[in-house]
Ligand binder design. Structure first.
Ligand SMILES: *Cc1c(COP(=O)(O)O)cnc(C)c1O
Length: 350
């Protein structure tokens, strides 16, 4: 088999994949002539309009950031004061993988964590944290953040989001969604993007572009115009306003046209489904969570995980000691065959 560069790195994350052909073509297409800087160009305006269409929301306000850490941190900071707090799960990317950026950009808002249930926050957990105390010494919750799809590849259904939103409304909290893998969630749920965002009470979505096949960049979507006030200044101050914005925005155009984003996300989800089913058939591998999007979490014996690593396969040891395998728009069935064959070989030694 002729192997691509980095072949055995590919399951480590969906950001090991390159740029999908449509996004790359749009990127190159945008490299013609001159365009106004800082988002005042034609393709940026078009992407914003297309997002308003996709989300069925005329008053949608759109901003771009270079990565998800900046998008999440700045969005959260815009929704709470430094003396207030943000509720998330103990497995949330904002808690475990952003190096304190949400606290930094908010000038100190504390993250309050709740134990995750299959990767998810529940309305009851939110309520418990909100009601735990109401004295002046407790950092008052002001935002709830959900990850869709979750860090372990599960999904929030519409009703779960609406339930959490109800608790938010009752207590004056804002609702944020980390959608680094939002495309995978929409593709898997087969719902309208609006149904699992603003129609279920989400105020702000950080819509991931990188992991769905863009070269770089995430979109920050404010569903209510008044909450977006001054956000442009916050982004600029944080170094997130691209001067040649057309290169961030035009690949989005290609993704949103002809539903390319859903085509690629569906493919990634389908590959994960196949990988999950095949691993589940191997004696000695225990599936830890349902495969609902593009992540496969499996409990391998430590020695087996080490041996697979020694054979060159990269993957993260993740939540609860499990091994996580991610699929992307670029995952092929041949790559799955190769991984599963090696895994079977290793596990047969037990
Ligand atoms: C990848 C990812 C992000 C964004 O990470 P960056 O490396 O900052 O782009 C945010 N949230 C989740 C759940 C992610 O998996």
């Amino acid at each position: 088999m002729s192997e691509l560069p980095g072949y055995k790195l590919q399951f480590a994350s969906d950001n090991t994949a390159g740029v999908c052909p449509e996004a790359l073509a749009a990127f190159n297409e945008s490299n013609k002539g001159f365009a106004s800087p800082y988002g005042n160009d034609g393709s940026t305006a078009k992407v914003c309009d297309l997002l308003r269409e996709v989300f069925e929301r005329d008053e949608l306000e759109v901003f771009f950031a270079f990565n998800g850490t900046a998008a999440n941190s700045l969005a959260l900071a815009s929704m709470c004061q430094p003396y207030q707090s943000v509720i998330c799960t103990d497995a949330a990317h904002v808690e475990t993988d952003e190096c304190g950026a949400p606290e930094f950009f908010s000038n100190g808002s504390k993250l309050l964590t709740a134990p995750h249930h299959q990767g998810k926050l529940t309305a009851a957990e939110v309520e418990t944290l909100v009601k735990r105390r109401d004295d002046i010494h407790y950092p008052r919750p002001k935002v709830v953040t959900l990850t869709q799809s979750t860090e372990i590849g599960t999904l929030y259904h519409k009703g779960e989001i609406a339930g959490i939103s109800q608790v938010c409304r009752a207590h004056g909290l804002n609702l944020h969604m980390d959608g680094a893998r939002f495309a995978n969630a929409v593709a898997s749920l087969g719902c309208a993007p609006a149904d699992i965002t603003w129609r279920s009470g989400v105020d702000v979505l950080c819509f991931g572009g990188t992991k769905m096949g863009l070269p770089v960049g995430e979109a920050i979507l404010f569903f209510n115009r008044e909450q977006a006030e001054d956000f442009a200044y916050r982004g600029k101050q944080a170094g997130q306003l691209a001067s040649k914005m057309r290169y961030l925005s035009s690949p989005w155009l290609a993704m949103l046209q002809q539903d390319n984003w859903l085509k690629h996300a569906s493919h990634a989800n389908r590959m994960a489904r196949i990988l999950s089913d095949r691993i589940a058939d191997l004696p000695g591998a225990e599936m830890l969570y349902p495969t609902e999007a593009n992540a496969v979490l499996v409990n391998l014996p430590d020695w087996a995980a080490t041996e697979l690593n020694q054979m060159g396969w990269s993957f993260y040891n993740f939540i609860g000691g499990s091994s996580r395998f991610m699929c992307s728009w670029a995952t092929t069935e041949a790559a799955i065959d190769a991984l599963v064959a090696d895994m079977a070989k290793v596990l047969a030694k037990q």
